[in-house]
Design a protein around this ligand. Structure first.
Ligand SMILES: [Zn+2]
Ligand SMILES: [Zn+2]
Ligand SMILES: [Zn+2]
Length: 111
């Protein structure tokens, strides 16, 4: 599905009681498949993703927010038990390392 085209890595650690929050831009998006329809089950995060510098950031795009909105898994993902696979936070958003490697390769090809 579309989410994985940029090699986004999800945390997948065991979830705790903490609800996953997203920014207003990502409001209503399923963290697994980006679907906006039939939000069904509230997203839970692992303990590491709900404290510290990660606490006030959208679990999907990494943007900071003033007031987060609870994220929900869509009905399809709940049906296929994707909501039980673990913490869905995207953990490599904002790291420019892969972009840099990509750009470098492109430049090498040109040269
Ligand atoms: Zn989904
Ligand atoms: Zn996590
Ligand atoms: Zn967001």
């Amino acid at each position: 599905m579309s989410r994985h085209q940029y090699d986004l890595v999800q945390c997948m650690k065991q979830t705790g009681p903490n609800v996953g929050l997203v920014c207003s831009q990502c409001d209503g998006k399923c963290p697994v498949c980006d679907s906006l329809v039939k939000p069904t089950t509230k997203v839970r995060l692992c303990s590491e993703c709900s404290f510290g510098h990660l606490a006030k950031k959208c679990i999907l795009c990494g943007n900071g927010y003033d007031e987060g909105v609870a994220a929900y898994y869509c009905l399809e993902c709940v049906r296929s038990e994707k909501d039980r696979e673990g913490c869905p936070r995207i953990i490599n958003v904002g790291s420019s390392r892969s972009d840099m490697i990509f750009n470098k390769r492109r430049n090498e090809k040109k040269a």
